[in-house]
Design a protein around this ligand. Structure first.
Ligand code: GLC
Length: 571
């Protein structure tokens, strides 16, 4: 592989620890379960895992409120269990990156407990304290961004929930403490980090108020009400305006460089991927983050050929323009978003579309990130009772609707179920046994299991079915693994205007591969025989989601079936 690093050739798989595998049968995922499922991941054919937070947490934000950066949440196991997991993953050539939450800690982290205890303790300046709220800033999860702490008779700032106070990154002691935590896991051998919400680390030093005529609940309501593209655009502008002084502020590049220097102290190409789509955080291509996510690809209601082409046309040249060429990173799903199957489905062809979408992520130029459960077609699950809601930003919105907005509980629950991230975090469906085989039958799982595990949406049933989505993923991952062009090739779009299909080449020095994704329910007759790269050559089929009898085709008069994924080597 032409000088590529491991994180350029790898396919990543995000594990949401609470929902992945329950090894001790208490209704919550854990390391024992994850260790037992490593063979599954290896068999699936992924090469790296991104582990969402596994640290001790008060779980106001499902692990993203950390109360100890150098330990393991007791419900997930012990540090020894973590080490076993890491060792066993490495033994199977699976790399492991952790989630690093820099912006905030839990309000029960000893740093915060000390900081809030008085105005003159040793950590008094580790968080952002003011005498009175200086502006109308909102937290993006639960209303005003300034919360009163009687111990100091002062207010602290939090971009997320009030249980997630923002650290003061201008304080060198904060950096030192956090870099020590970063080194702790690197010393144990982890392969890098996914950096949580980096955009929120610094705030506007002028503390400029926002000018949106709404507060957070008003804005959430406006989001729900926006139906037309113009309304959606306006609401999106409101979001940006409301938070623009709390996002992407100066200082971040210097900080990312410092963090990069820390991870570069280690051998073995440890890596950083930022939860941000801003290519600027890749610095010169080699001095900040190795990767940022191509979120614009997923930020759409429908994945259409035009959308994909536009996205690639905008992004790839920006990466190419970095002094040291940058590398793309594509994903369509994670723990914060509606599941691919539900989000981009049309309710008629969801299964076929899900196959196209996964093929897209696995064939575009760049490192793919998959989210646990998408390989079996897990869908969003709508909770029906507020007592089930674990995503506290959802619970906050429910109570605000019922108490302050006079919404009837039933309606408030429906709206909450649709906006909360619980819907895409339900336990992994391992079999058609009760609870989808996630936990023993007599145990209550931390979130309900989506009952559609009974309808074939589970690993066990799909494993034995050659035409299942799971086997489709496995097959595609194998094809990708064996194809130099799919891993390192350039991206060359073929048809620049087609509305029904997206066709492109991936071209490396030694191999050229043609990918056609038919997004329509029509049979297409295509002819690529005049394209410069294909002219006079034949197509050797590497993969097709349709039943094809022949393994080679002429690029002239190529019939592509409805919703077909067609991948062929140009010979
Ligand atoms: C990131 C995480 C999200 C979390 C937030 C606050 O966006 O992906 O789950 O709630 O940061 O840590």
């Amino acid at each position: 592989m032409a000088n590529l690093k491991w994180w350029q050739t790898a396919v990543f798989y995000q594990i949401y620890p609470r929902s992945f595998a329950d090894g001790n049968g208490d209704g919550i995922g854990d390391f024992k379960g994850m260790i037992e499922k490593l063979d599954y991941l290896s068999d699936l054919g992924v090469h790296a895992v991104w582990l969402s937070p596994h640290f001790p947490s008060t779980n106001w934000d499902c692990g993203y409120d950390i109360s100890d950066y150098t330990n393991v949440a007791p419900e997930y196991g012990s540090l020894e269990d973590f080490k076993t997991f890491l060792g066993e993953a490495h033994a199977r050539n699976i790399r492991v990156i952790l989630d690093l939450v820099l912006n905030h800690t839990s309000d029960e982290h000893p740093w915060f407990l000390e900081s809030k205890s008085s105005r003159d303790n040793l950590k008094a300046d580790w968080y952002i304290w003011v005498d009175t709220p200086p502006n109308n800033w909102q937290s993006c999860f639960d209303g005003p961004a300034w919360t009163y702490a009687p111990e100091r008779d002062q207010y602290y700032y939090h971009y997320f929930m009030k249980q997630q106070p923002d650290l003061n990154w201008h304080n060198p002691e904060v950096k030192k403490a956090m870099w020590d935590a970063v080194r702790f896991w690197l010393d144990l051998g982890v392969d890098g980090y996914r950096l949580d919400a980096i955009g929120t680390i610094y705030e506007d030093p002028e503390l400029t108020p926002h000018t949106v005529p709404l507060d957070l609940s008003g804005l959430r309501q406006a989001v729900e009400m926006a139906k037309t593209p113009a309304q959606k655009k306006r609401v999106w502008k409101y979001w940006q305006d409301m938070f623009k002084h709390q996002w992407g502020q100066p200082g971040l590049h210097e900080l990312m460089k410092e963090l990069r220097a820390v991870i570069d102290e280690y051998k073995g190409d440890r890596m950083l991927v930022g939860e941000d789509d801003n290519i600027a955080y890749m610095g010169d291509g080699n001095d900040e983050l190795q990767l940022v996510f191509n979120f614009p690809l997923m930020l759409t209601e429908r994945i259409t050929p035009a959308h994909i082409r536009r996205n690639q046309k905008e992004r790839l040249p920006q990466l190419d323009a970095l002094p040291l060429r940058g590398w793309p990173c594509n994903t369509l799903g994670n723990h914060d978003n509606s599941r691919i199957h539900t989000r981009y489905g049309d309710k008629q062809h969801d299964a076929a579309l899900a196959r196209l979408h996964s093929a897209l992520v696995l064939t575009l130029r760049g490192t793919p990130f998959l989210y646990n459960g998408e390989e079996i077609g897990m869908t969003d699950y709508m909770l029906t009772d507020i007592s089930q809601v674990k995503d506290t930003m959802g619970a906050w919105y429910y109570h605000t609707m019922v108490t302050d907005m006079g919404v009837q509980p039933e309606e408030a629950m429906q709206r909450t179920a649709a906006m909360t991230r619980d819907k895409n975090r339900t336990p992994m469906q391992w079999s058609n046994h009760p609870h989808g085989g996630f936990s023993p039958p007599d145990v209550e799982t931390w979130l309900p299991v989506n009952p559609n595990y009974k309808d074939g949406i589970n690993v066990r049933d799909q494993r034995h079915n050659p035409s299942s989505l799971l086997n489709y993923y496995k097959h595609l991952l194998q094809v990708r693994k064996k194809s130099l062009a799919l891993i390192e090739g350039e991206y060359l779009p073929l048809d620049k205007t087609a509305r029904d299909y997206f066709a492109f080449l991936r071209k490396s020095e030694r191999q050229t591969v043609l990918v056609i994704l038919n997004f329509s329910d029509k049979k297409l007759e295509l002819d690529f025989s005049r394209s410069k790269e294909i002219k006079g050559r034949d197509l050797q089929i590497l993969f097709s989601s349709a039943e094809r009898l022949k393994t080679s085709k002429s690029p002239r008069g190529l019939t592509v079936n409805p919703f077909e994924v067609f991948i062929a080597e140009v010979r």
